[in-house]
Design a protein around this ligand. Sequence first.
Ligand SMILES: [Zn+2]
Ligand SMILES: [Zn+2]
Length: 172
Amino acid sequence: MGKRYHCEYCNKTMVAAPAIVKTHNKGVVHQKLVQEHYQQFKDPETILAEEAYKKPCNRFASGQCQFGGICRYSHYTRQEIDTLREYVASKKNLNKIQPPPSFHDLYQKLQDEKAKNEPDNDTTVLYDSNGVTHVLPWTYNSLFDSYDESLPPSIKRMKLDDFKGAEFTEWG
Ligand SMILES: [Zn+2]
Ligand SMILES: [Zn+2]
């Protein structure tokens, strides 16, 4: 009995003659199984790169494709490709090492924070019934609101009513 060759992919034993093994390795069934074997070890990036440009396999969709891993059309659905793409993109974002912020970024961040801390119009602008806008030259600390009437008048939040009937004297 001559030497035997066992193909792991196909789980098939044959005579270990170069011509026979070569023919077997060229066979569609074998190549299909090899492809499918390696497909499971491929990372999503590789699969995405290979599948993204392929047209979808119509036969596979109806369960009739004989080509398996060696089909020139994609056996992934659009949805699966999209999921892969999202996965790869999110992985890329995670791996991205944050570069040190540039001076421009730092400046922008400072400006943003400044804008955030800027008093909002609710506390510094009053509109009276004549349509006149009063911009108050100070900002209230809204923390004081919770103290209400017990506050000394000088730090109480002013209301429009407080200005009603106020006498404006010409200074001179
Ligand atoms: Zn084989
Ligand atoms: Zn196919």
